[in-house]
Design a protein around this ligand. Sequence first.
Ligand SMILES: O=P(O)(O)OC[C@H]1O[C@](O)(CO)[C@@H](O)[C@@H]1O
Length: 261
Amino acid sequence: MKIICTKDYQSMCRVGANILSAQIILNPKSVLGLATGSTPLGVYNQLVDWYKKGDLDFSQIKSVNLDEYCGLSKNNKQSYYCYMYENFFKHINIDSNSTFIPNGMEKNVDSECQRYDSIVRKLGGVDYQLLGVGHNGHIGFNEPHTSFEKETHCVKLADKTIEANSRFFNSIKEVPTHAYTMGIKSIMKAKKILLLVSGESKAEILYEVLFGPIVPTVPASILQLHNDLTIIADKPALTVISEKFSGCKNPPSDAQNLLPT
Ligand SMILES: O=P(O)(O)OC[C@H]1O[C@](O)(CO)[C@@H](O)[C@@H]1O
């Protein structure tokens, strides 16, 4: 894995956008795996800016999103469909037939999961997967204890996730209790993965994710086994890692450039 340390959220997003724009320029037919939540917003803003300046072309790009709340329609402002449209898709020249998000309104769980997995397969898999991480180590909506073997499935959201995401809703009661998510197995199949982590509140979990044991209680810990993983984290998110390894005689090689000299 490669860990890039940036001074703050803004520069994390700029570096992230640079990595994705290199992917888009070098492989204009790429399949991008996209994430929602607060973390990638700055990356989307930056990519939109560069698109508006004429530096990027999304006309042949395809995208698959990680997840969607169950029971929220495309018109619901809190749906991830709406998030993607408002924050990214409506500002760029991506073909609306080339963007895919699980259908949160589909009640037949098996058929929706199979449909989504077959879309990803038909696209030839994800070339670059963008990820954030939840405070409990979830990626997509794969909550702690989810089997590493799952592809798209329906999950019951952890109380911690419902609480964290209630900031986007009028009240915690409005937060859906279930979601469709691509599974850990689907995420690990991506050719390249870019994990973004910002803020001190994620520092403890980032240490667990990158240097703790690989266990289903910390779903993102499986990323340690991916052979093309880049992590961009800002300084506050790296505080626990540098604390744990500073003064350590043999810090893991991946942590060495994060330590004070
Ligand atoms: O970036 P946030 O808002 O902290 O959310 C963390 C993670 O939780 C999710 O919102 C759940 O899908 C992810 O998309 C995101 O990466």
